[in-house]
Write a protein that binds this ligand. Structure first.
Ligand code: NAD
Ligand code: ZN
Ligand code: ZN
Length: 385
């Protein structure tokens, strides 16, 4: 089959690889009909998460069940499914706590030395480096899905791939960012990052009861997409001091909730492009620091942007002094997905309006480059194997 294979940073290629096959009784093989490129894939692409051997990337995918193992009773050949990006067994202690991103069984080898449940890496993810289980991803014609009786969800026939594809990751991730903040209704929510994840957080904020939603980015075309797709007010952090603008917009209080939907990238991009804009403290301003500044006292900061390295000079004093609630991590897709499918089915939310590029899988390598460089007004890329 054809698949998008990571070779080394900035070197991903569509090439012929071996077809996947059923290896365990709870496996399924899915014929992929649509798959997307994620900001998280860029961490691997840019070498921020090292990957020593070639690997098929892709954790946002859906398709048609081709074959199931003996242990998969709920799916059959021909079913059309979306697949959550965390690989989880559904039976361990963490899965019982509805924490699929910490599943004990999907990433045994890499949970740490001798299976370190406290400090290991957590659950496996599709196509997301050997640290996260080393499983082949779904930017391919076929993919092996472990624990297929727990993760994949059948989707209604009358919904297109584009309408449901983002249930695999970015909609549940945006939903998690707001769920973790625990809105009571009427809040002002500021989302840093108007990429696909940020925009999904904005849509989720409206659905969970926010009265005002603000998107912040440094790319004018991404701000425009946020205004169009999520109907939010926007701030260009390259032109103005976003924290001060949020202060002004909220009568001096700050936002009730700040979401970091950028992650570690901002270290580099902020340092390079926008350091002159906000000078609250010495050193490089990171998005997390903006969030801690721009949130009101007693508010919430949630972090869905990925941090893969230690963070120096974390503003612990601001967190403590302002009494901020914080939560972050990989999204609990399996916990949210059934409710979110319902929202899509009932027309409560539109997800496919952020898609700017739909191309054959064969063009994936070029699209990684465009998406990474934020060229061609690219917001979200869907690949068709
Ligand atoms: P993306 O790269 O398309 O979007 C990131 C956005 O941040 C871009 O629009 C960029 O212009 C903006 N940005 C960069 N520097 C900025 C700055 N200094 N100030 C304001 N905005 C800035 O990526 P995405 O697909 O939207 O993903 C966003 C983050 O979410 C990534 O870190 C990704 O890995 C992470 N993610 C996490 C989960 C999870 O489960 N927690 C799931 C999916 C993605
Ligand atoms: Zn993703
Ligand atoms: Zn488990």
């Amino acid at each position: 089959m054809k698949a998008l294979v990571f070779h080394k940073p900035k070197d991903v290629r569509v090439e012929t690889v071996e077809d996947p096959r059923i290896e365990e009784s709870r496996d399924a093989i899915i014929r992929v009909t649509s798959t997307a490129i994620c900001g998280s894939d860029l961490h691997i692409y840019n070498g921020m998460f090292p990957q020593p051997r070639n690997m098929i990337l892709g954790h946002e995918f859906m398709g048609i069940v081709e074959e199931v193992g003996k242990g998969v009773g709920n799916l059959k050949k021909g079913d059309r499914v979306v697949v959550p990006f965390p690989i989880a067994c559904g039976k361990c202690n963490f899965c019982a706590m509805e924490l699929p991103t910490h599943c004990e069984n999907s990433n045994i080898e890499n949970y740490g030395p001798e299976g370190d449940l406290m400090s290991g890496k957590g659950a496996a993810l599709f196509g997301y480096t050997d640290l996260y289980g080393g499983y082949s991803g779904g930017q391919a014609e076929y993919v092996r899905v472990p624990y297929a009786d727990y993760g994949p969800r059948k989707v209604p026939d009358n919904l297109t791939d584009e309408q449901v594809l983002f249930l695999t990751d970015i909609f549940p991730t945006g939903w998690a960012a707001i769920d973790w903040a625990g809105l009571k209704g009427g809040e002002t929510v500021a989302v840093f990052g108007c990429g696909p994840v940020g925009i999904m957080a904005m849509k989720s904020a409206w659905l969970q009861g926010a009265k005002r939603v603000i998107g912040i980015d440094i790319q004018p075309y991404r701000l425009e997409m946020a205004r169009k797709s999520a109907k939010v007010e926007t701030i260009n952090a390259k032109e103005v001091n976003a924290v001060e603008v949020i202060r002004d917009m909220t009568g001096g209080y700050g936002a009730d909730v700040c979401v970091d939907a950028v992650g570690m990238e901002a270290d580099r991009s902020f340092a390079e492009k926008a350091l002159n804009v906000v000078q609250l403290e010495k050193g490089t301003m990171k998005i997390l620091e903006h969030c801690l500044e721009a949130v009101r006292r007693g508010g919430a900061v949630t972090v869905v942007g990925v941090y893969g390295t230690p963070y120096d000079n974390f503003p612990l004093h601001r967190w403590f002094d302002k009494g901020i609630r914080m939560m972050g991590g990989q999204a609990w897709v399996q916990r949210y997905i059934d409710h979110l499918i319902g929202l899509v089915r009932d027309g409560k939310v539109v997800l496919d309006d952020i898609i700017t590029h739909t191309v054959p899988l064969a063009q994936a390598s070029k699209m990684y480059d465009i998406f990474n460089k934020k060229q061609d007004n690219c917001v979200k890329v869907v690949l068709k194997p």
